[in-house]
Design a binder for this molecule. Structure first.
Ligand code: FES
Length: 167
């Protein structure tokens, strides 16, 4: 996989190694199948979000049209297209969670973090968002903190979760 010019600078040797490991899992003409894991790798390497030049470089790297990267990155809430807090808190507000009190969960988080949904704290530590069903309806109400799910939420449980975040 080759990149030229400025795009070449965006991917370190270590990153290329990680990307190549995923690309190698698919047939040579199906590198598009590696888009999701590659976006995860690049997002983690870019402070939790995906700048457009990075997505463009990935498209070149995989030899696919840029739109094939954008359509994936813009579809899933797990990918961010602008700077975010160090810790992403995604609260599900879909039907099961709504019926089990997600409005109270959101209100408590907004009070504790002193931000509204869609905002990032001034210290850059937290971004709070509402998301559609995360597939954990049987544990409603729930939230996702970075890559971890927390279910059967209560205000006390949220306080414990926040207390457990060290940075
Ligand atoms: S409705 Fe909240 S996880 Fe499904």
């Amino acid at each position: 996989m080759n990149l030229t010019g400025e795009k070449e600078q965006l991917f370190t040797a270590e990153l290329r190694e990680q990307l190549d490991a995923w690309v190698a899992k698919y047939p040579k003409d199906k590198s598009q199948s590696a888009v999701i894991p590659c976006l995860h790798i690049l997002q983690a390497a870019n402070e939790g979000w995906l700048p457009k030049p990075v997505m463009d470089a990935l498209a070149d790297y995989l030899a696919i049209p840029a739109i094939s990267v954008y359509e994936v990155a813009t579809f899933y809430t797990m990918f961010d297209l602008k700077p975010v807090g160090k810790n992403k808190i995604n609260v599900c507000t879909n039907i099961s969670c709504l019926l089990n009190g997600s409005e109270d969960i959101v209100a408590h988080l907004e009070t504790r973090l002193n931000i509204k949904l869609g905002e990032t704290t001034a210290d850059g530590l937290y971004t709070l968002r509402e998301v559609e069903c995360l597939g954990a309806c049987c544990g409603a109400p729930m939230l996702q903190l970075n890559r971890d799910y927390h279910e059967f939420l209560t205000k006390d449980k949220i306080d414990d979760i926040l207390a457990g975040i060290t940075s």
